[in-house]
Write a protein that binds this ligand. Structure first.
Ligand code: CMX
Length: 139
């Protein structure tokens, strides 16, 4: 099952500008940045309040990336909601067993060495759902 909301992901055209915006307007701290070439993103993880809630900012590395396509079609905004799971294969299998499309046959690499998969937004009421198994799961 799902353990908690891992993060909410927002597509942005300019990562540095977005980090500056969320810091200045909402006082959020950027605790991690990373380039994930496999996903075609430059990304930042920001903490909200006590640090248990996280916002992920996603900027495109390439024109053919999922984030570039999203920005072109929908503009900047909410792109995904991600849930922490203890076993991403088991979580993906459970979703498949309910007849929903999981995007990858095998998990891929996500933020900070996590293992990730996605549920197709058209099978989830228009919401792209990410399943995240952290490198070092807690609880
Ligand atoms: N949320 C909601 N709907 C979305 C969406 C999103 N993030 N992305 C696409 N859609 C919609 C499209 O608007 C389209 O709707 P219509 O059919 O009504 O026009 C539909 O889904 C299918 O779109 P598509 O053109 O067939 O497919 P895309 O090329 O847009 O790809 C998706 C969609 C989900 C398969 C692709 O974005 C993907 O592979 N996502 C997973 C990877 C990802 O998002 N990586 C970036 C984050 C990396 C990370 O979190 O680490």
């Amino acid at each position: 099952g799902l353990l908690r909301i891992d993060h909410v992901g927002i597509a942005v055209p300019d990562l540095d500008a977005a980090i500056e915006f969320y810091g200045r307007v909402f006082g959020m701290a950027c605790v991690h940045t990373e380039v994930n070439d496999d996903q075609g993103v430059r990304e930042a993880m920001l903490t909200v309040g006590d640090g248990t809630s996280r916002l992920q900012l996603l900027a495109p590395l390439r024109d053919d990336s999922a984030i570039a396509k999203f920005l072109a079609k929908s503009g900047p905004g909410l792109q995904q909601i991600a849930y922490t799971v203890s076993d991403v294969e088991a979580a993906a299998d459970a979703v498949r067993a309910k007849g929903l499309r999981v995007l990858y046959e095998q998990p891929r690499r996500g933020t900070a060495g996590s293992r990730i998969n996605f549920v197709h937004p058209k099978d989830c009421g228009g919401v792209l759902v990410e399943l995240v198994e952290p490198l070092h799961p807690q609880g």
